[in-house]
Design a protein. Structure first.
Length: 139
């Protein structure tokens, strides 16, 4: 049986420098301020924040996932991996210099039986998620 894979990439410019965008993003306790729907239960589970192998909880109950930090290069990139509901994910956020300030890129790869079925919801959600971050950072 072939493993189903799906990739969803979205980006949005924000009018702050990458270091400022990262500084706002890195405070996981504030994620619910800009994404109450999808990140209300986000928090650190184990290890030092933003260090390789530390554990981050993301999501909103009952859809909470524990993710391991694989790579972090502040203020430009963070990568984590997690699994739940029969789907494995690898999520990368990038904060790239952009004429308007920063291009925030969300790049997530899903693998597993239900990966393709989640595509419409994931595309809708990540668009909403990125717009929420921009509104919060620029406020």
């Amino acid at each position: 049986m072939t493993r189903t894979r799906m990739r969803v990439i979205g980006s949005i410019p924000v009018e702050v420098r990458p270091a400022e965008a990262w500084e706002r993003f890195r405070d996981v306790s504030r994620w619910r301020d800009w994404d109450w729907m999808g990140m209300a239960d986000a928090g650190w589970v184990a290890g030092s924040p933003w260090q390789r192998d530390s554990m981050l909880q993301v999501g909103h109950s009952p859809f909470v996932f524990r993710c391991r930090i694989l790579f972090c290069d502040p203020p430009f990139e963070v990568v984590w991996a997690g699994a739940g509901l029969g789907i494995e994910t690898r999520h990368t956020y990038r904060f790239l210099p952009h004429p308007r300030g920063t291009l925030v890129v969300s790049d997530e790869v899903f693998a597993g039986r239900g990966a393709r079925l989640t595509r419409p919801v994931v595309r809708w959600y990540w668009r909403r998620h990125l717009h929420g971050f921009r509104r919060w950072v620029e406020a």
